[in-house]
Design a protein around this ligand. Structure first.
Ligand SMILES: [Cu+2]
Length: 91
C-alpha cells in the first residue's frame, strides 16, 4: 500500500454506515476504506460504482482499496442485508 494512500474509517452498524472522510483526498489518490462490521453476522460490503465487493466476518473488519475517484456520489450497501446502505461523497 503506498504511503500516499488515505485511510477512511467506515462504521457499518446494522442501519446506516458513516464515513469519516476527507472527501477531497479521494480525487487525487487511491483510498483505503476500512469497514468495521459491528454485527454478530457476516456482511458483504458491495458497491457497483466503486466496483468493490468484500465479505467482512462478524465483529471484524476489512480494508477495501479503491482507485482515485472522480467527484460524485458512490453508493454502497451490505449485500447480505439490503437495509444497510450508505454513500461516499467525493467533492
Ligand atoms: Cu455481493
Amino acid at each position: 500500500m503506498p504511503m500516499m494512500m488515505k485511510k477512511l474509517i467506515l462504521a457499518a452498524p446494522c442501519a446506516i454506515a458513516m464515513l469519516a472522510v476527507s472527501p477531497s483526498q479521494a480525487q487525487d489518490k487511491p483510498v483505503a476504506i476500512r469497514v468495521k462490521n459491528l454485527d454478530a453476522k457476516a456482511m458483504e460490503f458491495e458497491s457497483t460504482s466503486l466496483r468493490v465487493e468484500k465479505v467482512v466476518a462478524a465483529n471484524s473488519e476489512g480494508v477495501i482499496n479503491v482507485r482515485a475517484l472522480k467527484p460524485g456520489r458512490y453508493e454502497f450497501y451490505d449485500d447480505f442485508n439490503a437495509k444497510a446502505r450508505g454513500a461516499l461523497t467525493v467533492q
